[in-house]
Every structure is written in structure tokens, then in C-alpha cells.
Design a protein around this ligand. Structure first.
Ligand code: ZN
Length: 582
């Protein structure tokens, strides 16, 4: 990679500039960090350990080590495996000969890993982090009293530990970190015996490791969370659910929905959903393609009717409905909502929280709304015949009704509702439209890499895009002309002046934890209650017929919407396929 003379040059340049050689090799000689690491590994005869963004912080190894100390001594324990405690350092020879590590971990076997200066610093930051006023999780754990290891029953020690100031701070820190990192859920996964408790966050739809906590804090941690949401701490054999109003305990105003589940080995899992007191997003910022936005506005501006948003859990249905309500929320309109839970609040809306224990279910609240002079009713979820029937009735008596459904596609929702026993004529009359939605991973804006797609790649995108169009009248008449007109439309909307496209691929950087993706993008499939659609509903038509009809009336499927967002460089086809599986 480098001649001896060049290396000599680099050494001198580094000395002259007062930089370390690593920096000079990278900036002046274009040597990659990984190559430096591999060279170091060869030189010291130990494996090279690169920085890993998803590394789990080894809480129990770091427990008695302050940042200043490891920074000064230049070694850091990173994990404990079968072969012993792995020590990360830039100079294994020196650390080995000093024997300090042996004194810190007298009972453990040690293995050494070498790394670069830059990556050592990164790992340090990762473990000790931006501390804020809560200190690092490591500092918090070191303040805890060590309980007895591996005891599974809830002891009085656990209870006093649950009230321990340091543990209280640790739990708060976990929640604050999750919120600040934009996580939607916190998973606490204890394992029996001496195994550590793993904590993971769900971010942008995928779980990522956060920290591991020694088994001795397992019971106290769960007990503390139960105390925060007024659950029975002695009940450890049945699932429980509750809610944490975090404002009472910490500096941020969020709520968490908590579920505890007894799991194998006599432990209890806890999963918490973060219900951020969110603001509605303006309709035009939802990432709906311009043509769909226009179609969407045209139906929600109607004075009465029924409109559904459908998709699986976590596809952003509630967010979209609130954007629609924000658009319609004016002083001359009465809007009632029934939600479980109320996640987004808006001034002007009258929002009701479902409370099944108190007999307040969707059907009961909807009936009450009808007696309370509404213009618009939003219902968090329509799952059964009763709520759908009330919804249809309400829309036919002059109200605008919005609801979510747990169905996959817009046309499929229609057959599902008809199969539920809805009257096809009433339903056809009431239906304004159905919006199916998914959230796909967005390419990281910092590191995504532009490329010019080959003609084969464009052809395969076009084939995929037109799959469902083959059943429509224009394609049946002349498929070749159909393909050509779609391609022409693409060139017009997304091509450059030479008719060339620019796509992007995922690369990975620090900002996106090396994954190449950050944040998410909505994919939409908007089917309108057109005359043709209404006729097919009355005839109880099959899904395939409904799809063909909707496409002819201007609907684009989730997949097609996704492909247009690939052409815009927002995401890639892999992510589109991942969320469009039938
Ligand atoms: Zn990135």
C-alpha cells in the first residue's frame, strides 16, 4: 500500500504538523482507516477491531472504570466472551507489559484487540457518551449497590434497590436516551441465572441493541418500572399493562405505554411504547406524491362520507389521519375523535381516550358522538361489524367519518368489509376513499451514493411497476404503448434533460450507524370511491377487478408509489419490496 520511503515521508510530515500519523496517512496518502487497522493487527499479532456503531456497552466490565482513567491508560474492555475479556487498545504490547489490566480483572482471562486512535476515541464516546446532567449509564451503574447474583425471586433487596436513587436515574436515562434517539419502543429482555438483561430500542422500524445490564439489577429494574406505572410489583406471573406519565419522574413530557410479560426462566420482559406528545404534520409534508395529494384533498373536502386509512401496526395511519384533521380543523367545524391511545393532540379537536375497563369502547363513544352534534368524527380503529355499521350510518346521515383499518391494501379493504356483512349499497354510497400506507426506510441523506442505472435496471423497474397495469384496459389493448407511456411519464417527472435517471444506493456513515438508511418515507395507495368503484362494490366484485378498476381511475399501488420514490432518490427498490410483500 505504501513504500518505506512514503511511510518515512508521512512520519516526518506528521511530526512537523504535530498530527498523529494516522491522520496524515488518511489525508495525504489516502490510506483507509481499515487498512491501518489491519496493518496494526499484523504488526502486533492480534486481531484488528474496527469501530462498531451497534456494539452493546459491556456495563458490568465498565462498572468501576471512569472515562478519565481509561482515556489516560488507553485501553478499554469491550466484551466478555468464551475466550475471556476482550481489551481494546492501540498498543497491546505496552498494555500487556504494564499488567494493570490483570489487576482490574484478576479473575478473567484476557484477550487483546488492536484498533486505530480514531476508532478508540469513537468507542470511548459510544460507551461513555454525551453525558448531560444524568451522567453516563456506566457511571449510574457504578453507583448501584451490587445485589446477589442470579436470584430470581423478588427480594427485599430488590425493592430497596428499586427505590435507590442511582437506579431511578438509570431508568430515567434509558427513557431519555430512547426518546432523544427517536426510538418508538424500548424492549427490556432479562435472561435467567447470571445472564445479563439486554435492552434494545426500536428505531425506524428495526431493533438495535442499546445496553446490557448485569443480572443483579434485573428484578430491581423491572420493579422500578412497575412502580412508575402503578402496577402490582408482587404479581410476577401474569401479564400486566400500564402507563408511565414521565413528566412526574423526568425532564421530558412524554407518556409510555408499558406491557410486562412473564417469560421462561421466571423472569419478566417489559416492552414500552413511547407516546410522544406529538404535533400533527401538515398534509403537504407527509410525502404524498403531488398527484395523490390533489386526489386526497378532493375527497376529504367533501361534506360527508366515509374515509379509511389502512395498513399494519406502525405504518403511520394515525399520523396521516391527524394531518387530514389538521387540514379540516377550522373554527366552524366540530370534530370528535375516539383514540386508543390519544397520541397526537390538536387544539380545536375534542379527543376522547378509549377506556375499556370503564366500558368506554369505540362503539359506545361513536354512539355518544352522534348525539353530540358532530361535523367530523374520527375513530381510531374499526375492527368489528358494529363500529363499521355505525360509521356508515353516521356518514349517510351527513357526517364526515374517518377511521383506520388493519388491512393490507385499499381494494382488499373493500372485500374485507363486505365479507364482514356490510350492506353493499349503503357502503358504496358512503365510501369516499381508502388510503393504504406503509413506511419504508429512507436512504441516509448524508452518505447515499448517486449512480446512473443501467438500461436493464430501468427495464426491470418498469416491468415491476407495470405488473398490475397489465390487467387494465389500456394495457390489454396495447401493452407496448402502455409501457412506453409510463416510461415517458417517468422521463418527464424524474429524468434529466437527456432523459437519464439518477438513482441512489445505501452506503453507510456515522450518522446512520453504518446502515445507509435514516428515517422513513410513507408509501401511499389511494383508491377513490368513484362511480365505477361504487358499481363494483354493489356487485360484490373480486379484489382483482377492484384493483384494475382503481388503476384505471388513477390509483397507484403501494409498489408503484414506492418505485416513484426510488426514481426520486428517496429510497431504494430493496426497501420498497420489503414493505410491499403481499
Ligand atoms: Zn449515512
Amino acid at each position: 500500500m505504501l513504500s518505506a520511503a512514503e511511510f518515512d515521508l508521512a512520519t516526518r510530515s506528521a511530526r512537523r504538523k504535530g498530527q498523529d500519523i494516522e491522520e496524515v496517512l488518511q489525508s495525504e496518502f489516502q490510506v483507509k482507516l481499515a487498512s491501518i487497522g489491519q496493518a496494526l493487527g499484523k504488526f502486533f499479532g492480534v486481531p484488528y477491531e474496527p469501530y462498531k456503531g451497534d456494539r452493546i456497552k459491556p456495563m458490568d466490565l465498565l462498572k468501576n472504570l471512569k472515562r478519565d482513567y481509561v482515556e489516560e491508560n488507553q485501553w478499554l474492555p469491550i466484551e466478555e466472551g468464551k475466550e475471556g475479556v476482550a481489551i481494546l487498545t492501540m498498543d497491546p504490547e505496552q498494555v500487556k507489559s504494564s499488567r494493570i489490566v490483570n489487576n482490574v480483572f484478576p479473575k478473567s482471562k484476557l484477550v487483546f484487540r488492536v484498533t486505530t486512535i480514531q476508532e478508540f476515541k469513537q468507542t470511548l464516546d459510544q460507551f461513555y457518551g454525551a453525558a448531560a446532567d444524568y451522567g453516563s449509564v456506566g457511571d449510574l451503574l457504578s453507583g448501584l449497590d451490587e445485589g446477589e447474583e442470579g436470584v430470581s425471586d423478588l427480594t427485599s433487596e430488590d425493592l430497596s434497590a428499586a427505590a435507590d436513587n442511582e437506579l431511578v436515574k438509570l431508568v430515567n436515562k434509558i427513557i431519555i436516551d430512547a426518546y432523544n434517539q427517536g426510538a418508538s419502543d424500548i424492549h427490556i429482555e432479562p435472561r435467567p441465572g447470571k445472564d445479563k438483561t439486554l435492552i434494545r430500542f426500536r428505531k425506524d422500524g428495526s431493533l438495535v441493541n442499546y445496553i446490557e445490564i448485569p443480572s443483579s439489577y434485573r428484578n430491581a429494574l423491572v420493579a422500578r418500572l412497575k412502580i412508575m406505572c402503578d402496577l402490582d410489583i408482587s404479581e410476577r406471573r401474569k401479564p400486566q399493562d400500564g402507563k408511565i406519565k414521565f413528566k412526574k419522574f423526568g425532564p421530558i413530557d412524554i407518556e409510555l405505554r408499558v406491557a410486562t410479560i412473564p417469560s421462561a426462566g421466571g423472569v419478566e420482559d417489559v416492552v414500552m411504547r413511547i407516546l410522544a406528545a406529538g404535533e400533527p404534520i401538515p398534509l403537504e409534508k407527509l410525502g404524498v406524491l403531488p398527484k395523490n395529494l390533489e386526489r386526497l384533498r378532493s375527497v376529504i373536502e367533501k361534506p360527508y362520507g366515509l374515509f379509511f386509512v389502512c395498513g399494519p401496526t406502525g405504518s403511520g395511519k394515525t399520523t396521516t389521519l391527524h394531518s387530514v384533521l389538521k387540514y379540516l380543523n377550522t373554527t366552524d367545524t366540530k370534530i370528535w375523535t375516539a383514540e386508543d391511545p390519544v397520541e397526537i393532540t390538536q387544539k380545536g379537536l375534542r379527543q376522547v381516550q378509549i377506556n375499556r375497563k370503564a366500558g368506554l369502547d369505540f362503539a359506545t363513544i361513536m354512539r355518544a358522538f352522534l348525539r353530540a352534534d358532530p361535523d367530523i368524527i374520527m375513530v381510531g380503529e374499526m375492527r368489528d361489524k358494529e363500529t363499521v355499521s355505525i360509521g356508515i350510518e353516521a356518514s349517510l346521515t351527513g357526517h364526515l367519518v374517518f377511521a383506520t383499518l388493519h388491512t393490507n391494501s385499499a381494494p382488499e379493504s373493500i372485500t374485507r368489509l363486505l365479507d364482514m356483512g356490510m350492506d353493499p349499497f349503503n357502503f358504496a354510497d358512503a365510501l369516499l376513499g381508502i388510503l393504504a400506507q406503509r413506511l419504508g426506510k429512507r436512504l441516509c441523506g448524508e452518505c447515499k451514493e448517486a449512480y446512473t442505472p443501467s438500461s436493464e435496471e430501468m427495464k426491470s423497474l418498469l416491468t415491476e411497476y407495470c405488473e398490475e397495469l397489465l390487467n387494465t384496459a389500456p394495457f390489454k389493448k396495447d401493452a407496448k404503448a402502455g409501457y412506453e407511456s409510463v416510461y415517458k411519464e417517468w422521463v418527464k417527472n424524474y429524468g434529466d434533460d437527456k432523459g437519464q435517471f439518477k438513482l441512489y444506493r445505501a452506503k453507510g456513515c456515522e450518522k446512520c450507524n453504518g446502515s445507509g438508511y435514516k428515517g422513513r418515507v410513507g408509501l401511499h395507495e389511494l383508491m377513490l370511491g368513484t362511480d365505477n368503484a361504487k358499481k363494483l362494490i354493489q356487485e360484490h366484485a373480486r379484489v382483482a377487478e377492484l384493483v384494475a378498476c382503481a388503476l384505471e381511475d388513477g390509483m397507484r399501488t403501494l409498489k408503484q408509489d414506492g418505485i416513484e420514490k426510488v426514481l426520486q432518490g428517496i429510497t431504494d427498490i430493496k426497501q420498497v419490496r420489503a414493505v410491499c410483500i403481499k
